[in-house]
Design a protein around this ligand. Structure first.
Ligand SMILES: C[S@@+](CC[C@H](N)C(=O)[O-])C[C@H]1O[C@@H](n2cnc3c(N)ncnc32)[C@H](O)[C@@H]1O
Length: 295
C-alpha cells in the first residue's frame, strides 16, 4: 500500500486514530490501537490527553501527509520504534536507527538481574563493561542506576557506537560512559566488577523465518549467532574470566532454550552459575555468573 492509498485528509484526531487502528487490525498488526496512537502522536505532536479532550481537532495538511507516510511504513513491516526513531528502555528514551538492535523489553531482565546480584554494591565506584552495546541500552540503564559507576561499551559496528555515544550524551552520562569499536575483548586489558552482554544468538538458519519487523529492520550483525546460535558466547566466555574482578559478576542474555548450553560453556571457562532470571513471559533470559574463586 502506498501513501496515496491512505487518505487521512480532513479527519479529526480520534477518527484518524480509529481508521489507522482498523487498517492495522485488518492486516494483523499486533497492538494495532497502541501503534495507531503512537504514530498519530509522533506525526502530529498531539498527546493522549488531546485525543480525549479534543477528539475532533482536524489534522493539519503537513501532519496528515506525515502520518500517511508513517502508516505506509508500518504496513510494510517497519516497527513503530524505528519509524519514530526512539524506544523507551528501562527509564531511558533512546535514539534508535537502522544501525542498532531495537532494544527489547525482555533485555530489561539483564538490568534487574544485575541490580539484584549487586545489591548495595550498586552504589560503589564500579567498573562496568557492556559487550555488543548497540544503542547503549544496557550500559546506560546500568549507569543510570549505579551513580558512582563508570562504564565501557564495545561494539563491532562503528555506526552503532555513534548511536550509543549520542544516547549517553542525551542522558547526561557521557562523562561516565566510554564507547569504543572493537571485537569483544580484543585489545582490552582492563578488569571489571560487572560485565553484561546481549550477544547475537539466533541460529543463522532461523533468521529467514523471523518476523519482517526483525529480519528486515534489526542489523544482521545484532542477530546472527552462527550455526548453533552460540558463536558469540564461545568467543566471549573464552576471555570473560580474565576480565572479571575476583568478586565480579557477569550477566548474559540468553535466547529461549539456550540456558543449559551457555551454562556448560561458562562452566568450561571456569565460571560458576550464581543464578538465572526469567523475563515477564517466563523465559529464562538472564544467566548470572561469577568466578569459581569468587571472593
Ligand atoms: C543483540 S545486539 C544487542 C544490542 C544491545 N546491547 C541491546 O541489548 O539492545 C548484539 C550487538 O553485538 C554487536 N556485535 C556483534 N558481533 C560483535 C563482535 N564480534 N564484537 C563486538 N560487538 C559485536 C552487534 O553489532 C550488536 O550491536
Amino acid at each position: 500500500m502506498s501513501d496515496d492509498e491512505i487518505d487521512l485528509t480532513g479527519l479529526g484526531l480520534a477518527e484518524a486514530c480509529r481508521k489507522i487502528s482498523d487498517l492495522f487490525s485488518q492486516t494483523s498488526i499486533e497492538g494495532a490501537e497502541l501503534a495507531a496512537r503512537m504514530l498519530l502522536s509522533g506525526a502530529t505532536g498531539s498527546s493522549r490527553t488531546d485525543l480525549i479532550l479534543s477528539p475532533d481537532r482536524k489534522l493539519e495538511m503537513d501532519a496528515s501527509r506525515k502520518l500517511e507516510h508513517f502508516v505506509t511504513r508500518r504496513l510494510a513491516g517497519e516497527p513503530v520504534t524505528r519509524i519514530l526513531g526512539s524506544r523507551t528502555f528501562w527509564t531511558l528514551d533512546l535514539h534508535v536507527t537502522a544501525d542498532v538492535l531495537d532494544p527489547r523489553p525482555d533485555s530489561e531482565t539483564i538490568i534487574r538481574a544485575a541490580l539484584e546480584a549487586l545489591g548495595v554494591r550498586k552504589d560503589a565506584s564500579l567498573r562496568i563493561l557492556d559487550l555488543g552495546t548497540g544503542s547503549g541500552a544496557l550500559l546506560l540503564a546500568l549507569l543510570s542506576e549505579c551513580p558512582h559507576a563508570t562504564g565501557l561499551g564495545i561494539d563491532l559496528s562503528g555506526a552503532a557506537c555513534a548511536v550509543a555515544r549520542e544516547n549517553a550524551e542525551r542522558h547526561g552520562l557521557s562523562d561516565r560512559a566510554r564507547v569504543t569499536q572493537g571485537h569483544w575483548f580484543e585489545g582490552l586489558d582492563d578488569t571489571f566488577d560487572l560485565i553484561v552482554s546481549n550477544p547475537p544468538y539466533i541460529e543463522s538458519a532461523d533468521i529467514a523465518d523471523l518476523a519482517i519487523e526483525v529480519r528486515a529492520h534489526d542489523p544482521l550483525l545484532a542477530l546472527d549467532g552462527g550455526t548453533d546460535g552460540l558463536t558469540a558466547y564461545r568467543d566471549i566466555l573464552r576471555f570473560l574470566p580474565s576480565a572479571l574482578r575476583a568478586s565480579g559478576i557477569a550477566v548474559l542474555e540468553l535466547g529461549a532454550g539456550q540456558e543449559a548450553a551457555v551454562r556448560q560453556l561458562a562452566q568450561a571457562a571456569g565460571l560458576r552459575t550464581r543464578g538465572t532470571k526469567a523475563d515477564l513471559g517466563g523465559v529464562i533470559r538472564a544467566l548470572v555468573l561469577e568466578r569459581e574463586t569468587a571472593a
